[in-house]
Design a protein around this ligand. Structure first.
Ligand code: SAM
Length: 375
């Protein structure tokens, strides 16, 4: 399979950082639209993107795109796709749907038609009545937008935010892909101190440590496409081996993760241990009110408690405390994600830049305060 249209999807607001990741990996001619960046590639690229992209949510292959004003058109064009070479006899497939601004507005009908066309095509090769569920999984999506249907196959399976290290989480964890984006959007570099004073399950410090040591985010998990019949098993094996060979085991990092909760610190330490990063991140139980940081050009990247998910009057007070802490360290930069529109007021300073990001369905703001460049 060559010249495949590959689509990397992401949370709204992360398209630019995802595009930058792809450019840094050497990809060109990228097409950016809401929540997705597309490129032309092959199956090695599929494996590479699943293993390496930090800010994408899924990697899809587009199998077909066509005009669909009627169910006949949807059926016929879906049938034209060579499903018999894509899905195995034991393939466990699932069709999901989306529709907007189109004549074919009934999502369940679109799903049913696509499913029917796939089964009919598979019956040309297999005795589909003996179709069994298996571990192989093919997640197919039919998406109709302005009467153009697009049929995609999900090569990731579980969302890419599931890195495999967060077996347990504490209270309101942030998505791993957003945590990685926060670090990538900051001016933090591996030789600078990084501190997350509200670390919870440790997602931000762990994502930063993975970036610092060049650990590919998908290295310790599996993807649906590893089992696809058209995927040569050597591809993932080789791409994974390359990722391992690129890890900078000797890189020394200065990452501090603190939280008022003993339980959170236990969970965070455990998550870091799963990746072998427990030596790279120093964990402490600490109330932000008692945190003392050296004024040494460090970077705070954090996700303070905020109303929608944690709640209470404490939110305002903790934002004030964060502002007070920042006043004691004028050479530091600070980055905070919050859904609280009053954050800057409570923090006591207007941010240098503020970016809208979506943490799931929650609209959040990424408040950015830039300190001076390190001398
Ligand atoms: C939104 S959660 C952070 C989630 C984290 N980013 C993660 O991915 O798990 C906010 C954290 O602030 C902590 N916290 C609340 N009050 C605190 C205080 N006074 N000092 C330090 N941490 C506090 C909570 O225990 C909670 O873990």
């Amino acid at each position: 399979m060559n010249n495949i249209k590959i689509i990397a999807t992401a949370n709204f607001g992360l398209e630019a950082v995802l595009k930058r990741e792809l450019i840094n990996m050497g990809y060109e001619n990228l097409e950016v639209s809401d929540g997705r960046v597309s490129l032309i590639g092959n199956l090695t690229d599929v494996a590479k993107l699943n293993l390496r992209l930090r800010t994408a949510e899924r990697v899809l292959i587009e199998l077909g795109t066509f005009e669909a004003y009627t169910f006949e058109e949807l059926f016929d064009n879906t049938y034209k796709i060579s499903w018999e070479n894509i899905i195995s006899e034991k393939g466990n497939f699932l069709v999901q749907g989306r529709s907007a601004k189109s004549k074919l507005y009934s999502i369940s009908d679109c799903q049913r038609i696509v499913e029917k066309a796939i089964i009919k095509k598979l019956q040309t090769k297999y005795d589909i009545y003996r179709f069994e569920k298996s571990e192989e999984r093919y997640k197919i999506e039919v998406s109709v937008f302005k009467d153009i249907a697009s049929i995609t196959l999900d090569t990731s399976g579980d969302g890419l935010h599931k890195r495999g290290y967060r077996e347990v989480s504490y209270k309101a964890p942030i998505s791993e892909t957003i945590a990685a984006a926060m670090v990538m959007l900051s001016y933090w570099k591996e030789d600078r101190i990084l501190c997350d004073p509200f670390c919870g399950s440790g997602t931000i410090p762990i994502e930063a440590a993975m970036i610092g040591k060049n650990i590919a985010p998908g290295i310790s998990r599996h993807f649906d496409s590893e089992k696809f019949i058209f995927m040569d098993e050597k591809i993932y094996k080789e791409e994974r081996a390359k990722c391992y060979s690129e890890i900078d085991y000797d890189k020394k990092l200065q990452i501090f993760a603190t939280d008022i909760s003993y339980k959170a610190i236990e969970v965070a330490k455990n998550n870091a241990e799963i990746l072998g990063l427990d030596e790279d991140i120093k964990f402490f139980v600490k109330d932000i009110r008692e945190l003392d940081l050296p004024d040494d050009y460090g970077v705070i990247i954090t996700n303070p408690p905020y109303g929608v998910r944690i709640g209470g009057d404490e939110v305002k007070e903790l934002e004030e405390e964060l502002g007070k802490l920042y006043k004691t360290i004028p050479t530091w930069s600070l980055y905070a994600i919050s859904s609280d529109e009053q954050f800057e007021k409570n923090f006591g300073k207007k941010s240098d830049r503020n970016r809208k990001l979506y943490n799931g369905k929650i609209k959040t703001y990424y408040y950015q305060y830039y300190g001076p460049r390190p001398k």
